[in-house]
Design a protein around this ligand. Sequence first.
Ligand SMILES: Cc1cc2nc3c(=O)[nH]c(=O)nc-3n(C[C@H](O)[C@H](O)[C@H](O)COP(=O)(O)OP(=O)(O)OC[C@H]3O[C@@H](n4cnc5c(N)ncnc54)[C@H](O)[C@@H]3O)c2cc1C
Length: 299
Amino acid sequence: MNTNVFLENLKDVPLIFEAELSLYTTYRVGGVAEVLALPESEEQIKHLIDFTKKNKTPFRVLGLGSNILVSDLGLPGVTCCLRNFKNIKIDGNTVNASAGTALDEVVRQSINAGLAGLENLSGIPGSVGGAVFMNAGAFKAETFDKLISFTTITPKGEIKEFKKEDVKYEYRKVWGIDGCVILSATWILDKQDKEILKTRREEILQSRAAKQPLEYPSAGSVFKRPVGAYASKLIDECGLRGLSVGGAQVSTKHAGFIINYQNATAQDIYNLIKEVQKIVKEKTGFTLEPEQIFWGKFK
Ligand SMILES: Cc1cc2nc3c(=O)[nH]c(=O)nc-3n(C[C@H](O)[C@H](O)[C@H](O)COP(=O)(O)OP(=O)(O)OC[C@H]3O[C@@H](n4cnc5c(N)ncnc54)[C@H](O)[C@@H]3O)c2cc1C
């Protein structure tokens, strides 16, 4: 679509044309977005949804890009990044945060308010929207544990609140919200001594730094945990630590991570994911299902 059509119709929304998506994803790879929208309000998000729907323009919502592999060939239409749509409200035991807020900031502020229940999620580098979308979790805790509700804009453009009890969710999967844009989430937490919570947070951050290759770009664990096994253990047992395709490498520090070791392309990472799946299937019989989301075209 012509740039002027976007400019004329979306003049209230911050837009970047031909935006380098490697700057908006933690793998630091990927081509350009035809249009990257960076809305700061619910009205702007709604406007984008209405405009793209009316014009049959592709529309995608991006959080902090920490669970996505974007094709080197880029993305048509509007990529709507919520990183500037952020706010945290703490009222008594209730914590509410807008979708673009960094989950880790919600954790940090909850702890400072002496509220327990999110501390095990310390260090997950995604947004609130991304965490709700896939029920992100770590250290035996999940986003949904203490969540009570979240608000969305449905594909029809209506605002809808989902109560936790009305939603089916499990490990890294939430049903019934496809096509919805998550706007905010609310948790009810428990009062606890903040020094105890701060110590727990420190332990978790240290454990992450010790085990994960945080010094390289990645998107965290590539594969979901298969029933009855651990993906990283299977990959390790197959001797795949350090396996490389182009500039992508199975981390030697944590076999569940693929890192952008040396100027990898998205296609390098994609090919390495396929190679790992193939070898693990052949050698162990387990099928590794990616936790990460692929956007755009891959060969
Ligand atoms: C170093 C590292 C460590 C990690 N550790 C963990 C971990 O311990 N546990 C864990 O679960 N994950 C982990 N991850 C993965 C990632 O941080 C989480 O999956 C996170 O929840 C993704 O959030 P995001 O905002 O980055 O989502 P994105 O990557 O931007 O998007 C992921 C998906 O969520 C959708 N989405 C994002 N925002 C919205 C919204 N507002 N409304 C609707 N859909 C939306 C997108 O459309 C996309 O389909 C790690 C990643 C890295 C890089």
